[in-house]
Structures are given as structure tokens and as C-alpha cells.
Design a protein around this ligand. Structure first.
Ligand code: NAP
Ligand code: ZN
Ligand code: ZN
Length: 347
């Protein structure tokens, strides 16, 4: 066992505190990673605050992890000491079900093993990336291209892949009108990736306060959802809407923005249900869908795509002691556009 420094949530209502956690001894196919940066995803906040259900406290969250390999097990072939690597939202899956075999481990029929708050194969509870080191089986470790700045690479492991996957699946590209709802961590990556795929991109944000930045990320259009006129102006417009909002929204209003055969995909994960009036789906033969992160091969494809296109998240680097304040800012939509913890501050 390796005892390492970390930050953990003691309960749903207390601030995160410095602590130590245990990492397992290296198995033959495991990789030991010294973490350099860890992103703060809104899912970390939903989880530690118990919004999605029961949580095994104390819990260390964090599933946007980058670092260097410092040790490998005897049978490891995919990674070597010194490699620049990343870990996202899952650290294992059954590998045998039809979804795993199709490269979609996130949809493992046995349930993938989440990077935190999941029961690992050895029966222990997984602990996430707000820590100095992590041990992960080699197949769930990604190669992070050198051209992506290290701190900016971290959010690609969740925010990047979670937006890339539905954009690729629903074929965002030339001739397609794509709207991204919510310009936060996921949203700003959704905009950059959809633009790089060649789509015509509209940001739908609560206000126009981030308009200049949204347009600088490459969006062609930007509208405030706080203005009811937006829903009149944009009626029957989009082929694809990617919703990244962490809270419930008025589904009828957003579905009415889809043109014929358009699809509304929610990656945003509010704890509350999103009620839908089916007649809104009958009109224009609309679809309502969800999407969860992406498979391991697809995550590698996304990292390589971002490196080739020169796309990276816009991050604000903070120390371990600033995480609780950062959570409050995320909750106020005051994030531009991803907080990333400098793990050197935990050593
Ligand atoms: P975030 O940085 O907080 O971004 C969410 C954005 O939604 C905010 O910046 C804000 O954008 C908008 N928003 C917030 N509250 C709102 C409200 N009450 N009404 C309307 N808009 C609101 O969060 P994130 O890290 O991008 O995560 C977004 C959601 O995706 C979370 O629910 C998270 O758990 C989920 N998620 C899902 C997956 C998956 O696999 N499906 C993966 C990662 C995260 P504006 O200021 O521009 O309005
Ligand atoms: Zn996440
Ligand atoms: Zn499986």
C-alpha cells in the first residue's frame, strides 16, 4: 500500500479537507501515476454533496487527471516510466459484455468502475484524482499528447470526451447547426470541438455576459436564454442541441428549437427529472437523448483530435486550499472555464 496526500469530503455538508488515502500495491498490469493536475468537474460537486445518491464518505473525487508514469507492473506494455498520461471517469469495466467489446466501456452492462465512489475489483472504494498519485490498470490510462499544455489537458479527460462523444455520434460537421446550452466546463469544450468539426455553432447561455469569449471560442452565434425572445427567434433551427446545464431546464422551450429530425442530447445531469410533453417530440420528429462520457479508444481519439487541431480547455489553475471556494464559484456559474488543481500544492 502507498499512503498519499489527498483532499477529501468528510460528508455532504462539510468542506473538503486535506487528508491521506491509500493506493493499492502495483499489480502486474497496473501503472503508478504521479498526478500533476486534476480538473474540477461539476459531477464532483453533485457527488460529494450527495445529490446523486448515497456516497461512501470520506471520499476523494476528481476524474480529470493528468500526470506522469513513475512505475509500471511487470506485464505492462502500453505505458512506460516517464510517459505523460491521463485518467478520466472510469478505471475499469467487465471487458466481456457486448458494449465493452464494442469499445464503449462507459456503457458496460455490468457497470463501469468509476474513478471515485465505486467498488473496485478488490472490494475497496475507488478514490479520485484530488491526490498526489493513483494506481490504474494500463488499459484505462490514456496517452496525453505533448503539444497540449499539461494543466489544460486535464479537463479533456471528462469535459472534452463528454462533449466530443455526442458531437461525433450525432455527426456535428459542415452543414449542421449545433447549439450548446451552458457555457461552463463542458459547454466551452463543446463549442470548441463542434467548431473544429465544422458545424455552425450557437451558444445558449443564461446571459450575454460571456458573449465575447464564446465567440472567441469559435461560435458563430450567441443568445441569452434569460431573454424569452431567444426562443421565438431560434424556433425550429438546430440539428443538434448539447445540453450541459447542471440544473433542470424548461424542456419544452429547448425542444422547440429543434428542426426536422433534430436531437436534443443531455449530458448535463441534474438530480431532478426533466419533464417532457411528448407532443413537442411529435413536431419535427424530434429526439431526446442522453450521453455518458466516451469509451477508452474514443477518449484517445479525442485527445489526438484536440492536439492536432490545437484545441485546449481554458483553465484557471488553483491550489489545493482553494478548492472549496472554487466549488462555490462553479455553483454560481462563475467559472472561466474549468478550475484545475495544481497537485504540487498537495505534496
Ligand atoms: P459547469 O462548469 O458548472 O457548467 C454548467 C453551466 O450550466 C454553467 O456554467 C451555466 O452556464 C449553466 N447553468 C448552471 N446553472 C444553470 C441554471 N440554473 N439554469 C440554466 N443554466 C445554468 O458544469 P460542468 O462541469 O460543465 O458540468 C455540467 C453538467 O454535466 C453537470 O450536471 C455534470 O454533472 C454533468 N456531466 C455529465 C457527464 C456525462 O457523462 N453525461 C460528464 C461530465 C459532467 P451559463 O452561465 O453559460 O448559463
Ligand atoms: Zn466529469
Ligand atoms: Zn462490460
Amino acid at each position: 500500500m502507498l499512503t498519499v496526500n489527498a483532499i477529501a469530503a468528510p460528508s455532504a455538508t462539510e468542506p473538503l479537507v486535506r487528508t491521506t488515502i491509500e493506493r493499492r500495491d502495483l499489480g502486474p498490469r497496473d501503472v503508478l501515476i504521479e498526478i500533476t493536475y486534476a480538473g474540477i468537474c461539476h459531477s464532483d460537486i453533485h457527488t460529494v454533496r450527495g445529490e446523486w445518491g448515497k456516497v461512501p464518505y470520506p471520499l476523494t473525487v476528481g476524474h480529470e487527471i493528468v500526470g506522469h508514469v513513475t512505475e509500471v507492473g511487470a506485464e505492462v506494455t502500453r505505458h512506460a516510466v516517464g510517459d505523460r498520461v491521463g485518467v478520466g471517469c472510469m478505471v475499469n469495466s467487465c471487458r466481456e459484455c457486448e458494449n465493452c467489446k464494442a469499445g464503449m466501456e462507459q456503457y458496460c452492462l455490468d457497470g463501469n468502475t468509476g474513478t471515485y465512489a465505486a467498488v473496485d475489483k478488490d472490494g475497496t472504494v475507488t478514490q479520485g484524482g484530488y491526490s498526489t498519485h493513483i494506481v490504474v490498470v494500463e488499459d484505462f490510462v490514456l496517452r496525453v499528447p505533448e503539444s497540449i499544455p499539461h494543466e489544460a489537458a486535464a479537463p479533456l479527460l471528462c469535459a472534452g470526451i463528454t462533449t466530443y462523444s455526442p458531437l461525433a455520434h450525432w455527426k456535428a460537421g459542415p452543414g449542421k447547426k449545433v447549439a450548446v446550452v451552458g457555457l461552463g466546463g463542458l459547454g466551452h469544450m463543446g463549442v470548441k470541438i463542434a467548431v473544429a468539426m465544422g458545424a455552425e455553432v450557437t451558444v445558449l447561455s443564461q446571459t450575454l455576459s460571456k458573449k465575447d469569449e464564446g465567440l472567441a471560442f469559435g461560435a458563430q452565434h450567441y443568445h441569452a436564454t434569460g431573454d424569452p425572445a431567444t426562443f421565438e427567434t431560434l424556433k425550429n433551427t438546430f440539428d443538434l442541441i448539447i445540453n450541459t446545464v447542471s440544473a433542470p431546464i424548461d424542456m419544452g422551450a429547448y425542444l422547440s428549437l429543434l428542426r426536422l429530425d433534430g436531437t436534443f442530447v443531455s449530458v448535463g445531469a441534474p438530480p431532478e427529472p426533466l419533464p417532457i410533453q411528448v407532443f413537442t417530440l411529435f413536431n419535427n420528429r424530434r429526439s431526446f437523448a442522453g450521453s455518458s462520457i466516451g469509451g477508452i479508444a474514443e477518449t484517445q481519439e479525442m485527445l489526438d483530435f484536440c492536439a492536432e487541431r490545437g484545441i485546449a480547455p481554458q483553465v484557471e489553475v488553483i491550489s489545493a486550499d482553494e478548492v472549496n471556494d472554487a466549488y462555490e464559484r462553479v455553483l454560481k456559474s462563475d467559472v472561466r472555464y474549468r478550475f484545475v488543481i495544481d497537485i504540487a500544492s498537495l505534496r
